[in-house]
Design a protein around this ligand. Structure first.
Ligand code: ADP
Ligand code: MG
Length: 254
């Protein structure tokens, strides 16, 4: 295990009578790809929302690079180096691909306007820096030919790439991906696997990966955590975990 970048300790989240996440703990080491799997309704998206700071747990603690971030809202966590993608894409469909990336940067700047102006020059300089970064990322994601096209003109596979590229605008050290392979054709799943691996290898981004497609989990993850009804029922190496009778039972039971 490398030094942890993210630690979730004893996290519980209730919605009325439903315990969506029940005393669950997980750790993502620096440079690791950790999978979070489990049947539908097992609490994966809730855990992602809690990690990202979009909702607060009833119990438990989140540490990011060793610091307690439990009380921090999502924009503060983003500024510390966290990015996320959504299970249902949240792109602006009528805007161009490049503008979607720039808008992400803009919203981040608004959240830390003073900091960005004093630390890194004028707003115009920041704007230019963002445009250059957007172009670089689009080239890296092989989307440069689509920069001016509206997102609505792209395939679902390409839109997923745009969503991930947008998250990379803030130069995150941890990227939380919520079911990035959902709805992708097998060739696009292959591309996604390759891309997520390169995100880790070339940018050094640590990744928490919620995924249903087992091939993605097996190909990418260093470590896998399994939730069932909000409870962590297993964790370990992907090959061992998918064969674990407790895990098989949880999946068959649904
Ligand atoms: P998964 O992503 O693993 O499919 P979720 O985290 O979406 O699971 O859901 C876990 C449980 O919490 C489910 O029973 C779901 O109905 C419930 N749940 C999730 N979000 C909410 C919410 N905002 N309000 C009430 N119940 C919720
Ligand atoms: Mg989900």
């Amino acid at each position: 295990m490398t030094t942890p970048i993210l630690e979730a300790r004893g996290i519980t989240k209730r919605f009325g009578g439903v315990v969506a996440v029940n005393d669950a703990s997980l750790t993502v080491g620096k440079g690791q790809i950790v999978g979070l799997i489990g049947p539908n309704g097992s609490g994966k998206s809730t855990m992602v929302n809690l990690v990202a700071g979009e909702m607060m747990p009833n119990e438990g603690t989140f540490l990011f690079n060793g610091a307690d971030i439990t009380a921090l809202p999502s924009h503060r966590r983003a500024r510390l180096g966290m990015a996320r993608s959504f299970q249902l894409l949240r792109l602006f469909h009528s805007l161009s691909v490049e503008d979607n990336l720039l808008l992400a940067n803009h919203m981040r700047m608004k959240a830390s306007l003073a900091a960005s102006i004093f630390a890194r020059g004028t707003a115009r300089e920041e704007e230019e820096r963002a445009r250059a970064r957007a172009r670089e990322l689009l080239a890296w994601f092989d989307l440069q030919d689509f920069a001016e096209r509206p997102v609505s003109a792209l395939s679902i596979g390409q839109q997923r790439m745009v969503e991930i590229a947008r998250g990379m605008m803030s130069e995150p050290s941890l990227f939380v991906l919520d079911e990035p392979a959902a709805g992708l054709s097998p060739p696009n799943v292959d591309k996604l696997i390759e891309l997520v691996r390169r995100l880790r290898d070339e940018f050094g981004v640590s990744i928490l990966l919620v995924e249903h497609v087992m091939r993605v989990v097996r190909d990418l993850c260093d470590h896998v955590v399994v939730l069932d009804s909000g409870v962590k029922i297993a964790e370990g190496a992907p090959d061992a975990v998918v064969k674990d009778p407790v895990v098989v039972e949880a999946y068959i039971g649904t």
